[in-house]
Design a protein around this ligand. Structure first.
Ligand SMILES: NC(=O)c1ccc[n+]([C@@H]2O[C@H](COP(=O)([O-])OP(=O)(O)OC[C@H]3O[C@@H](n4cnc5c(N)ncnc54)[C@H](OP(=O)(O)O)[C@@H]3O)[C@@H](O)[C@H]2O)c1
Length: 348
């Protein structure tokens, strides 16, 4: 089978993008596409472009050894527009893809929203692991994607590589999602589990930071913002809501002590940060709350970085998906899966 050659504009080259770059190489015999990165943009490491394709291995080595790629991008939005104009052939053939992996800005989702809009307007598909665009501007960006007939995919934004958005889109035709309940932040679940064994809050958080799982600003995890952003993404994409993370009734896990976590276990319960959504009095409402969950509850059985989402549907009742191993490879895989979706649509 002839593979589609995708041209990539890569925004952000942190933990997720670097793992994705390597995973694409590792899985190259199994995916229906090849990739040529024509531009890489970072915040502090400068940027680099080549219409002939960058040597990604050398680029990764340079960034990982603390080196710079080149000058700072003189405005990422105009640069995206310029790249799209320059790669007219790839745009015409629908082979240009922008991968958005810059950090989450919980105030308003920018500048990632502008990055995504510029790429879609320029005729590129977008794959985002960043939650900001779908959490803050889902309906606007979907409208641009539909008008330009390009894909806007963001499987990696929620539960890493586990297919939640793809599961509903591809396999549940005609089914209405009425609500959900889940543990969807790995860092806080890891900390709550570690507290049960007597480990300190700070030591458990430090481990998540060392593994590249915690957000660049870990208060986003601890204060429940990451879970609130994911809740907004799920509500917008699956339930037709128009919410932002600021509309979610949110609490974090700051201040939970090992004694409290152990006392819950002794009562046959567990403290878990639970994200949920449903209709209340005709209105869609999302929540992120520290809850006492029965140990026998599917969410009570999750330890360490494990995640799970229970989705309430009208036709099928409740269905659930559980991720035993969460990590960078899982998030990187979501990017591979979204690129595969784009390549398959091109192939058909
Ligand atoms: N880590 C995970 O397990 C995980 C899981 C799911 C989703 N995500 C999401 O995926 C995204 C990336 O996560 P990560 O762990 O890879 O973060 P990271 O290691 O902090 O990397 C972020 C990258 O974005 C660059 N960047 C930041 N602001 C930028 C801007 N305005 N323009 C261009 N580049 C910019 C940074 O450049 P410098 O290197 O120069 O600072 C860095 O290369 C985040 O939105 C995160 O929420 C992460």
């Amino acid at each position: 089978v002839r593979k589609v050659e995708l041209e990539l504009i890569v925004l952000g080259l942190g933990n997720v993008a670097r793992r994705a770059a390597r995973l694409i190489v590792e899985l190259q015999d199994r995916v229906p596409f090849t990739c040529r990165a024509i531009s890489v943009v970072t915040a502090r490491h400068g940027h680099m472009q080549s219409d002939d394709g960058l040597d990604l291995r050398a680029v990764l080595q340079r960034v990982e050894s603390g080196g710079r790629l080149g000058a700072d991008a003189m405005g990422t939005v105009p640069m995206i527009a310029d790249l799209c104009a320059r790669r007219a052939m790839a745009v015409r053939e629908r082979r240009l893809v922008c991968i958005e992996t810059t950090v989450l800005n919980i105030t308003d989702g920018e500048p990632a929203i502008s990055h995504v809009r510029a790429a879609l307007e320029g005729g590129a598909h977008v794959v985002s692991a960043n939650k900001g665009p779908a959490a803050f501007a889902y309906s606007d960006l979907v409208a641009v994607a539909e008008r330009r007939q390009r894909a806007f995919l963001f499987e990696g934004a929620v539960m890493d590589g586990i297919p939640v958005l793809n599961l509903v889109r591809e396999t549940l035709p005609g089914v209405r999602i009425e609500g959900f309940r889940g543990v969807i932040n790995s860092t806080t679940n890891h900390i709550l589990t570690a507290l049960e064994t007597g480990e300190t809050f700070d030591a458990a958080l430090a481990r998540m930071q060392a593994e590249g799982i915690a957000e660049a600003d870990p208060s986003l995890d601890v204060d429940g913002w990451d879970a609130a952003a994911k809740t907004a993404v799920l509500m917008n994409a699956l339930m037709g809501a128009r919410v932002t993370p600021h509309d979610i009734d949110r609490e974090g896990i700051g201040g939970v002590t090992p004694d409290e976590a152990r006392a819950a276990v002794e009562r046959g319960e567990r403290l878990r940060l639970v994200a949920s959504a449903g209709r209340e009095g005709g209105r869609l409402q999302g929540r992120v709350r520290l809850e006492r969950v029965a140990a026998a509850d599917p969410l009570g059985s999750l330890t360490g970085q494990q995640n799970a989402l229970l989705i309430r549907t009208d036709v099928l009742g409740e269905i659930g998906i559980l991720q035993r191993d969460a990590g960078l490879t899982q998030t990187a895989y979501a990017i591979v899966a979204d690129l595969t979706t784009i390549a398959r649509r091109l192939g058909s």
